[in-house]
Design a protein around this ligand. Structure first.
Ligand code: NAP
Length: 308
């Protein structure tokens, strides 16, 4: 099997027992050959060309919950199973989303810069005033595993929760008081709009010039889902013009490149795609990916297939 070399330290040798492993570095192209399994990082595109070259491939065990780096149609046509790593990264990603919400609402980076610069002249009643959370509205675009975990964490902060998803979530509504609304209402009523839907043709660019104009002045946009849900230049302009309160982003359209205007925009908290980056979570993600390979190569059903 081919495994992303960057996962080597996260796997115990015993987890690879019985597998013949070729380590594949992220900066190396996907090779041609008769490997039966590949465990790619989310930065590796696995499409028609790659699948044509991996003639014996039986499984793509993506080491991420998102699988927009895999051409599902091409995989299905070749009867290659695709798996992901759901659940194990939900808490870590929801926690990081909250780190971004709080950093944006309470102007954390400006405070850190002020202290570090030596320019802080002491407590002032009007210094770095931020957004009080209690009574404000948190809008969740996508209320699956991570969106709901972010919503549950909002209850003790006293936020009203709105969400948009394809299907209703009655248990989530009962537990948190959340209400399901149409996208246009979510955009218009959110003080904090947090994105938790996958990247698909329907969701790409959903935060654009038009939606940004319809948001409340001073609202905060948070994205720990996928970068291409946002039109980055439009977001940068909304920040430059002072219409948007802040943006907290963990993901970008063309990682690791960041749109220069967005990188230079005011009131941003920009992180290097570390939503799931805890020791425990990254080990569990690697373990599930490899467990899926073991299952499929033994002729058993995969543990976490992305389609059935
Ligand atoms: P999930 O459980 O599948 O939840 C996705 C949610 O998005 C569901 O509520 C789904 O609605 C909703 N959705 C999908 N298409 C939609 C559309 N067109 N309109 C409205 N809602 C739509 O996925 P998850 O585990 O929470 O993960 C969410 C995303 O987070 C992943 O796809 C991944 O890209 C990203 N992620 C990023 C990091 C990071 O490191 N920053 C880490 C983990 C995950 P239904 O429930 O009605 O189907």
């Amino acid at each position: 099997m081919l495994i992303a070399a960057e996962l080597q330290n996260l796997l115990e040798p015993a987890q690879l027992d019985g597998l013949e492993v070729t380590w594949l570095r992220a900066d190396h192209a996907t090779p041609k050959g008769d490997w039966a399994a590949i465990v790619p990082l989310l930065s590796r595109w696995v499409g028609g060309t790659e699948l044509k070259q991996l003639t014996k491939l039986r499984i793509i065990a993506n080491c991420a919950v998102g699988y927009d780096n895999v051409d599902l149609v091409a995989a299905e046509m070749r009867k290659v199973i695709v798996t992901n790593t759901p659940d194990v990264l939900t808490d870590a990603t929801a926690d990081l989303t909250w780190a971004l919400i709080l950093a944006c609402a309470r102007r954390l980076l400006e405070g850190i810069d002020l202290v570090r610069s030596g320019q802080w002249s002491g407590w002032h009643p009007e210094q770095l005033l931020g957004m009080e959370l209690r009574g404000r509205t948190l809008g969740l675009f996508g209320a699956g595993r991570i969106g709901q975990a972010v919503g549950c964490r909002a209850v003790p902060f006293g936020l009203r929760i709105l969400y948009t998803a394809r299907t209703a979530k009655p248990e989530f509504e009962r537990d948190t008081g959340a209400a399901r609304v149409e996208w246009t209402r979510l955009v218009a009523e959110s003080d904090i709009l947090s994105l938790h839907a996958p990247s698909t043709p329907e969701t790409k660019g959903i935060i654009n010039r038009d939606t940004l104009h319809r948001m409340k002045p001073g609202a905060i946009v948070v994205n720990t889902a996928r970068g291409d849900l946002i039109r980055e230049e439009a977001l940068a302009i909304a920040l430059e013009e002072g219409r948007l309160g802040a943006a907290g982003l963990d993901v970008f359209v063309d990682e690791p490149a960041i749109h220069p205007r967005l990188r230079a925009a005011p009131r941003t908290v920009l992180l290097p795609h570390i939503g799931s980056a805890t020791h425990d979570t990254r080990r569990r993600m690697a373990a599930i990916a490899v467990a899926n390979v073991h299952a499929v190569l033994r002729g058993e059903p995969p543990l976490t297939p992305v389609y059935r």
